[in-house]
Design a binder for this molecule. Structure first.
Ligand code: ZN
Length: 226
């Protein structure tokens, strides 16, 4: 069985990617980062998702004390007024996917995995440059040149199955694959309840609405209010 590493953040996209990799028959190992994000709830969700999917997982704790993002710096506000086209919002984390994929490449090479799945999306997204296909192509070239398995032409492939999908397509795919949506967490604010107004909440809501699927996380929020 081919082994694959799946980057698992606890959100809708990475959860769908996890189930997709499993459905493709890979022996999946999940990689979760506790990187000081304000939405700590996400790490809890990622662990629960890995357990629910019955895959082995590693939680890697890293620190970015220089911050530089509203997701790392509690003194900065997470924008709540919607996504601006062609702008990179303050929730961008400097070099996050470069860091994550570097860890994933090390993990993959050490355990003999030939694929790294990342649930990045460049359609319904916040405009982060490290979520675009151009970035993954360039990073693939770096792995082919920089890894032992790369220069031996037994390279590790970066797979981005959701990159061209809309959020509604992702919800539909997740539903087909049996993703437990109630265990996922997307809100950037990571409080007890979802905020409903951050970019991530807005994108998620749009996806569920267009896919005509009820988001159980929103349902839970409403029930708690009563
Ligand atoms: Zn939110």
């Amino acid at each position: 069985m081919n082994r694959a590493i799946v980057l698992l953040s606890g959100g809708l996209d990475s959860a769908t990617t996890l189930y997709y990799a499993k459905a493709m028959g890979y022996d999946v190992r999940a990689l979760i980062f506790d990187y000081g994000q304000r939405h700590r709830r996400e790490v809890v969700a990622a662990r629960e998702l890995a357990r629910a999917a019955k895959v082995r997982f590693e939680v890697v704790k890293i620190s970015m004390p220089w911050k530089g993002s509203a997701l790392l710096d509690l003194s900065l506000r997470v924008p709540s007024r919607g996504i601006k086209k062609n702008a990179i919002p303050p929730t961008y984390v400097p070099a996050r996917n470069i860091i994550f994929l570097s860890f994933a490449a090390s993990f993959a090479e050490a355990v003999g995995a030939r694929a790294i799945f990342i649930g990045a999306n460049a359609v319904d997204y916040s405009g982060y440059p490290d979520c675009r296909p151009e970035f993954f192509k360039a990073f693939q070239a770096a792995l082919d040149q920089g890894l032992k398995t790369g220069v031996q032409k037994k390279g590790i492939r970066i797979l981005i199955p959701l990159v061209d999908m809309s959020k509604a397509d992702i919800v539909e795919l997740g539903q087909k694959l049996g993703v437990p949506f109630e265990k996922t967490w997307s809100c950037y604010n990571g409080a007890e309840k979802i905020c409903g107004v951050c970019d991530s909440c807005r994108l998620r809501a749009k996806g569920f609405l267009r896919a005509k699927v009820i988001d159980p996380v929103v349902g839970m929020r409403e029930r708690k209010r009563v």
